[in-house]
Design a protein around this ligand. Structure first.
Ligand code: ADP
Length: 267
């Protein structure tokens, strides 16, 4: 089983990803795609007159502040435009893809965090009304139902809270939880960088290999959102996933290159 998480950053080539997925799927490779949609959500939010708000926690993690209205826009883009765009690409390539959010059938479920600590101008504030959380539980039964009947799941945040409320969750860590629950051999985290860079944004500083028992020591190289990817990788290998590969989604054959070890391999 391979779990592929593709980000939502600018430059990602969804056509190339879909072509690789179709080729692997057609030779019988079990595969699930998880995707993001951050850049497009920012663009649509601006266009709707509701610019995105990002908060940085005291420990340095950045996340989208997701009030009720932001969640509506988030769902329009992630579950609508992005998800159906990918499903359509795969359907054209003869892959029977089914697009679902983590809310559907509670595929991704977790705790709702209504409050978030935000550092602004050196001061820590508490913001309420956030619809975020972290995936703690996976509905593997529904996933297996799809896979066993020949459907390729295309999954996206939001997740469901234990009360059934839509919550924004980190896609990389959701994919890591999915990979652990399904005992995946490989988790590919594809984005608009060649992998984890020692000296971001210098692409020549690519870190090629990270030993599984040492991932946390590489957190220092990751800035802002890359931190969650490294954290997701650490969780995945600790949870029994064979290997995690950070790789480039802007190139031709992004999956094949990643599976051949082009990128940062955590194992
Ligand atoms: P996506 O939405 O595509 O999953 P993110 O924006 O969450 O991706 O994370 C990838 C981004 O992390 C890159 O586009 C890059 O700007 C940033 N980044 C920060 N530090 C690093 C690093 N050390 N190596 C690679 N990318 C990094």
């Amino acid at each position: 089983m391979i779990i592929v998480k593709v980000g939502g950053s600018l430059g990602i080539d969804y056509d190339a990803i879909s072509r690789d997925i179709a080729e692997l799927w057609q030779v019988g490779q079990k595969l699930i795609l998880v995707h993001g949609g951050s850049a497009e959500t920012n663009r649509i939010s601006e266009a709707l007159g509701k610019p995105p708000k990002f908060v940085t926690s005291p420990s340095g993690y950045t996340s989208r502040f997701t009030d009720k209205e932001t969640m509506e826009i988030f769902q329009m883009v992630y579950c609508g435009k992005m998800n159906k765009g990918i499903v359509e690409r795969l359907q054209i390539l003869d892959v029977n893809a089914v697009g679902l959010s983590g809310l559907d059938g509670r595929i991704f479920e977790g705790k709702h965090k209504d409050k978030v600590r935000s550092v602004e101008n050196g001061k820590t504030k508490i913001l309420r009304g956030d619809h975020t959380g972290k995936v703690e539980k996976i509905n593997t039964q529904l996933i297996n139902l799809l896979l066993d009947n020949g459907y390729l799941p295309v999954l996206t945040p939001p997740a469901a809270s234990y009360k059934g409320i839509a919550i924004n969750v980190d896609g990389d860590r959701a994919a890591a939880a999915l990979a652990i629950a399904l005992k995946a051999d490989s988790l590919l985290l594809l984005s608009n960088v060649p992998g984890l860079l020692r000296d971001f944004p210098d692409e020549a500083s690519l870190i090629k290999r990270i030993p599984a028992n040492d991932v946390e020591n590489y957190l220092e190289f990751a800035k802002d959102r890359m931190k969650k990817k490294v954290l997701g990788a650490a969780e995945a290998v600790a949870g029994g996933v064979g290997r995690v590969i950070f790789a480039d989604a802007r190139i031709e054959n992004p999956l094949k290159n990643a599976l051949n070890g082009k990128g940062t391999v955590v194992s």
